[in-house]
Write a protein that binds this ligand. Structure first.
Ligand SMILES: Nc1ncnc2c1ncn2[C@@H]1O[C@H](COP(=O)(O)OP(=O)(O)O)[C@@H](O)[C@H]1O
Ligand SMILES: [Mg+2]
Length: 258
């Protein structure tokens, strides 16, 4: 009996977490997402790469409904994205998002930044929220900065706080949109290390990045986008050593040999 239910749980705990089917999106005349089909399994780490303007950010924003889509379906954990209201706020919490610009609340302390969503969206008790926030700040290596304001932290520290804030909501999936692009070079690794750790712990992640070292070591799959389409997807080794499309070859030669 026990064995049977364990096996059932295993089945329920695997499978597809984020599914996009025939997703289309226009900005006026620009067809920014063209028939996107993308399935991300639970625990999978997918790195999305591609030239500037290819639609990577729009794809991320569509997944937590910061952008609406014109046609197609997006489901998270089997459920379509809610249109509005509390259900949408919960979805945004289920889908943690970390942007290039850190987007912390400037007039709240680091600790308050990580507590706020827990209290407002997850209805957590203040004391519980604080304990969890401190534990998460410790996990991303900024525990000693808890009482400071975001502007008093380095970019790398702010980005790690942004990750802690998203994690505080117990997200099902984390989206990272070029999280290290605005950072000074010496701060990039401290953020990538936190992301590597998350990946190792089994977090489902969609990561837009030009950090090919991260893609090689952390990604289960690389998705290459160009002009609003997914042109190619492959495991990292295969993608980097043997890209099939001319677009991907051209892109890789530019970013790997500059
Ligand atoms: N809100 C918007 N209104 C109009 N055009 C937009 C908007 N957001 C993005 N775009 C355009 O859509 C295209 C894809 O943008 P984006 O998703 O940001 O690409 P990427 O993240 O791959 O650089 C670009 O041509 C961009 O200029
Ligand atoms: Mg972008």
């Amino acid at each position: 009996m026990t064995e049977v239910s364990v096996a059932k749980d295993d089945v329920a705990a695997t499978g597809d977490l984020v599914v996009l089917k025939s997703v289309n999106k226009h900005f006026g005349a620009l067809h920014v997402l063209q028939d996107i089909d993308l399935t991300i399994a639970r625990g999978e780490v997918v790195v999305v790469i591609g030239p500037s303007g290819s639609g990577k950010s729009t794809l991320c924003r569509a997944i937590n409904r910061l952008e609406t889509i014109d046609s197609g379906d997006i489901t998270i954990d089997g459920k379509p994205l809610p249109q509005e209201g509390k259900a949408l706020a919960r979805l945004r919490a289920d889908v943690g998002m970390v942007f290039q610009s850190f987007n912390l609340f400037a007039h709240k302390t680091v600790l308050e930044n990580v507590m706020l969503g827990q209290i407002k969206v997850r209805k957590a008790d203040k004391k519980v929220a604080e304990e969890k926030a401190r534990a998460l700040l410790d996990r991303v290596g900024v525990a000693t900065q808890a009482d400071k304001y975001p502007a008093q932290l380095s970019g790398g520290q702010q980005q790690r706080v942004a990750i802690a804030r998203a994690l505080a909501m117990d997200p099902k999936v984390m989206l990272f949109d070029e999280p290290t692009s605005a950072l000074d070079p010496e701060m990039i690794n401290e953020v990538l290390e936190v992301m590597q750790q998350l990946a190792r712990e089994g977090m489902t992640m969609i990561v837009v990045t030009h950090e090919m070292g991260f893609a090689r070591s952390a990604a289960n799959r690389v998705v290459f986008m160009a002009d609003g389409r997914i042109v190619e997807e492959a495991v990292p080794d295969q993608f980097f050593s043997n890209p099939r499309s001319d677009r991907a070859k051209d892109f890789l030669s530019k970013i790997l040999h500059h």
